[in-house]
Ligand binder design. Sequence first.
Ligand SMILES: Cc1cc2nc3c(=O)[nH]c(=O)nc-3n(C[C@H](O)[C@H](O)[C@H](O)COP(=O)(O)OP(=O)(O)OC[C@H]3O[C@@H](n4cnc5c(N)ncnc54)[C@H](O)[C@@H]3O)c2cc1C
Length: 172
Amino acid sequence: MREAGLHALRAELAALLPELADRMDAIRDWRDVHFLSVESSRIPTWHREGLLAIGDAAHVMSPIGGVGINYAIQDAVAAANLLAGPLLAGNLTRAHLAAVQRRRRLPTWFIQTVQALVQRQLVARALRDEPFRLPWPARIAPALPRLRDLPAWLVGWGIRPERVRHVVVDSQ
Ligand SMILES: Cc1cc2nc3c(=O)[nH]c(=O)nc-3n(C[C@H](O)[C@H](O)[C@H](O)COP(=O)(O)OP(=O)(O)OC[C@H]3O[C@@H](n4cnc5c(N)ncnc54)[C@H](O)[C@@H]3O)c2cc1C
């Protein structure tokens, strides 16, 4: 893109976004153009003594499906449920932090695998202008209400939904 020059970038953007075509002069030089690197990965260990990584700090999410915020919040809920008791009792250990990773590792791996599949099968092909056909479950899903709702359910809740548990605080 840089080799083709700013002029070519402005022309391409104007073709993609005709409603903004009259404002392409606002891109004056390459410093006005920001490259967003997108990653999908997990760190192997989410905890150290006195430290717990959750959300993107533990597993950077691709924007596919718009699930990153859900997973970050679910990690936080799981952490609150698992750690509030030991914190209140003053006996928190690294084993409690490891329990948060154990609980959230599988749902995170699952959704990142789905995102990688969508990236490879749909997004990458669309960006290369290659023809693609939806896989058969996606083609028949609209006709089957239960299957049709599944992707939205998986994005909204994931394979391990989290709910806030109440911690009873002994005021004595
Ligand atoms: C292009 C793109 C689009 C996306 N779209 C969606 C979407 O539509 N829906 C969705 O659910 N997810 C989406 N995601 C993913 C989502 O943004 C993340 O998964 C989510 O924000 C992770 O939340 P978090 O709280 O873990 O981290 P963050 O939201 O990154 O929060 C971390 C915070 O810590 C702050 N911080 C960093 N260092 C320090 C420091 N040293 N001291 C103090 N504060 C610090 C940062 O400023 C930031 O506010 C998208 C991601 C990308 C890249």
